[in-house]
Design a protein. Sequence first.
Length: 441
Amino acid sequence: MTLRRLGESLAKAVSKLGRVAFIDRKVIKEVIRDIQRALLMADVSVELVVKLSENIEKRVFEEEVPLGFTRRDIALKVVYEELLKLLGGEKSPEIRVTKKPYVVMLVGIQGSGKTTSAAKLAYFFKNQGLKTALICADNFRPGALVQLKQLAEPYGVPVYGDPQKDPVKVVKEGIEYFTKGKFDMIIVDTAGRHKEEAALINEMKALAKAITPDEVMLVIDATMGKQAGVQALHFHKATPIGSIFLTKLDGAAKGGGALAAIVATGAKIKFIGVGEKVEEIEVFEPTAFVNRLLGMGDLRALVDKIRAYKALEKDRIERILSGKFTLLDFKEQLRAMRKMGPLSKILELLPGGLAFKVSSAELQLTETKIKKWMAALDSMTEEELLSPSIIDRSRIRRIAKGAGVTTKDIKDLLTTYNLIKKQLKRVSKRRFKYMQSFFGV
Ligand SMILES: Nc1nc2c(ncn2[C@@H]2O[C@H](COP(=O)(O)OP(=O)(O)O)[C@@H](O)[C@H]2O)c(=O)[nH]1
Ligand SMILES: [Mg+2]
């Protein structure tokens, strides 16, 4: 189960939500089961899978459906958000050079990909316009310096090293040398000759104390799957200035498990390695990563739309509650209602005890009427929509003509608007909850 296959099976599971006629508990359970299967095959821990499943099941039916959206939209949004939370969280890491030179020290067990990643980082930062250099502090493995030079020199990145000297001494000299040369970024490759975590952490601490880097970056091999979480956790506890470089995500059967396990520890993954070549480095941006994994740009767009709509509605409610209900708000409300389908159906859905419900019934908001009103509202200027009191007789004539309706239609619209406004004003804070469900926030 490579990452690509994981993405494909997750996308397949999610797409079921778009295919079924109706979203009920049975469908959600099926989708969750498919997601579980995909994640477990990618070595995501059972614990994390259970948590994700519970969150999805709970949220899909608990979250309110904003006007103009459906339960299906909510289900898609929830599944997307939970997968995002599992595989990276929403925030991208900060890659900031807070001082110059900025010294990054790489640590990690042998074979995890430190030397390769050191060259990748140098390549990345050089492309960012930073004057970048490398130091080889691995005097344990024969040929380590040669390996680093071979990787980095084609990109014009200088490498400092001396296999005969003590590594700490080499690093100190190297930093001094590159500081004189006015370098912005220095990346230190270390030996990491240990196979287990405890010894690695100890070595890392000793090195960090001697070198005092600005950032310690743990290199973790994604092929180790959920075990990566254990390593990340120890490391995260041992150093407050740590970040993670997750290597070999290309084709790693257990890459998903490694990713989820590390994310769960709260450790920050900054870069991922997606191949043996120096250019095969990526900044880890969770949202972009999950979007690509699922191959669903549309899904992200939907989530953004729902969020934007909710924010907008929240704003509107606050304005309305503070006594400012404009024709523009009225227009938005009519538009939202129309998106939901036949008006009679919408009225059934509105929560009881609501001012708008009463007035709607009283005034018999028919489809034809709403169509005329929308046309009229479209013919109004922004000024008129925001300050309806300026609409006098001559404006009414102009609007009616522009909209192809009668002046009586316009007056009718204004009367209804004023009535609703009056009723809304009476809505006290106590009824805020009703308002919230009405506006679907
Ligand atoms: N496929 C793949 N291989 C990688 C990646 N990063 C490192 N490697 C390979 O992993 C092996 C060990 O890498 P090396 O940098 O020498 O690890 P070190 O012992 O930690 O310095 C080498 O064969 C690298 O080519 C990666 O992102 N993808
Ligand atoms: Mg190495």
